[in-house]
Design a binder for this molecule. Structure first.
Ligand SMILES: Cc1cc2nc3c(=O)[nH]c(=O)nc-3n(C[C@H](O)[C@H](O)[C@H](O)COP(=O)(O)OP(=O)(O)OC[C@H]3O[C@@H](n4cnc5c(N)ncnc54)[C@H](O)[C@@H]3O)c2cc1C
Length: 384
């Protein structure tokens, strides 16, 4: 068995599908906006789906975050709206380290609000000089007299400027540490990033002698990258599922158009090359879906083995989404090129997915290393 949904997970899939349907009236406007859209916020708050990204003890639904549940929700939300998908997943990415290793008092203060979507979360890793090479970062964290003092600038931060809490990674001595910084802290200043081809809630977050009590440290000093890796293992797999949702939307749009558009006296779906494109697209979406849920199941049951599978699901899902949307554009002819049309939105939305949370080429290096590294047994990886 490669993956199976239990009854609870299947119910979550249906809940998420209902929330996605409720997004239909606002999706186009929200996806064209680089600020958080009130309509999307309302639908997500009412859906209570964000309680899936926080542990039960702090107002969440599961004892620990279930990557299959997160994947199911992202597939459904992304089918309708990339803004809704982003808002949902950043609540998890921006708070997961706090759930794992924050001080009790800080967890109690923020996590229930994250679960209810009353506090918005963000995750600050990238800097202008530190993208794929995240360890090139220059942001610093220093402990002085019971305070953590943070200096540096994080760029292209999802929810930057909109968030209530920022999980920040910085250099501390020879290692990297993590801290939670509430948005209202003195010295934290945000500014917008340039508009992307697919609008996204993004900002630059500057820390000028920002001070937070040492209780805002997340995890032990020097362990910031371990927590980053745990966060990525849990959530990277869900980028693959979100890409499946996007690919499915493109496939459905392509099929709708090809079945109704007539040329040469029949629907274009009957023209050989168009039928070939549709068949290819369907198989691509289904293959990526299988991989995404297989990887999510491994992340749920054996998180210590999940990283290469999570990376594979992310790479193959996002590459698939780009190929399928491109096929969709071709099938739609001039109608797919119209600005604001569903296919054009999907075309733009699919592109950044191959870059953020690990560019395809970078992740493929890691996948290859996991298989070839002498310390892992390829047999075990292949048969797991
Ligand atoms: C929409 C969006 C949202 C984002 N949100 C966040 C966020 O919330 N928090 C955050 O911290 N960051 C965020 N980022 C930043 C994101 O994580 C970086 O864009 C990503 O890590 C890639 O870094 P880069 O863009 O600087 O590309 P670079 O590192 O400059 O890489 C450019 C290209 O070089 C190639 N390359 C680089 N290194 C290697 C390598 N070692 N092996 C093989 N090929 C390589 C790849 O093809 C890659 O695409 C976001 C970015 C986008 C676009």
């Amino acid at each position: 068995v490669q993956f199976e949904l239990d009854i609870v997970e299947d119910a979550i899939r249906r809940e998420a599908a209902a929330a996605a349907d409720a997004l239909i009236p606002v999706a186009a406007e929200a996806d064209d906006s680089s600020v958080i859209h009130g309509g999307v916020l309302d639908v997500l708050r009412r859906s209570r789906l964000c309680d899936l990204v926080v542990p039960t003890e702090y107002g969440g639904r599961f004892e620990r975050v279930n990557p299959v549940a997160v994947a199911l929700v992202r597939e459904q939300l992304m089918y309708q709206s990339c803004a809704a998908d982003l808002l949902f997943v950043m609540q998890g990415i921006g708070s997961y380290a706090l759930s794992l290793a924050g001080a009790e008092e800080v967890r109690r203060r923020w996590l229930p609000r994250v679960a209810r979507l009353e506090a918005i979360a963000a995750f600050c890793l990238s800097e202008d000089g530190a993208g794929s090479d995240a360890k090139a970062m220059t942001t610093s964290i220093v402990e002085i007299g019971g305070q953590l003092v943070i200096n540096g600038e994080k760029t292209f931060i999802s929810n930057g400027g909109a968030a209530d809490i920022y999980t920040v990674i910085g250099r501390e001595g020879d290692g990297f540490s993590m801290a939670l910084v509430p948005a209202a802290t003195n010295g934290l200043v945000t500014s917008p990033t340039p508009e992307l081809i697919a609008p996204h809630v993004l900002g630059t977050v500057r820390f000028d002698d920002v001070q937070v009590p040492v209780t805002h440290r997340i995890g032990a000093p020097g362990r910031g990258f371990d927590l980053t890796l745990s966060t990525l293992t849990c959530f990277r797999v869900s980028v693959g599922a979100a890409a499946v949702g996007l690919g499915q939307a493109a496939l459905d749009e392509m099929v709708r158009h090809a079945s109704t558009r007539e040329q040469f006296g029949r629907p274009i779906s009957r023209l050989g090359p168009v039928a070939q494109m549709i068949a290819r697209a369907w198989a691509e979406v289904e293959s990526a879906r299988l991989l995404a849920y297989r990887a999510a199941t491994i992340a749920r049951d054996r998180p210590e083995e999940a990283l290469p599978y999570a990376s594979m699901a992310k790479v193959e899902g996002t590459e698939m989404a780009s190929r399928v949307v491109d096929l969709g554009m071709q099938v739609m002819g001039r109608w797919g090129l119209i600005r604001g049309s569903r296919m054009e939105r999907l075309y733009r939305a699919s592109r950044p997915m191959r870059i953020y949370e690990g560019a395809t080429e970078v992740l493929r290096m890691g996948i290859s290393r996991a298989l070839c590294d002498a310390s892992t047994t390829p047999d075990r990886l292949l048969r797991s």
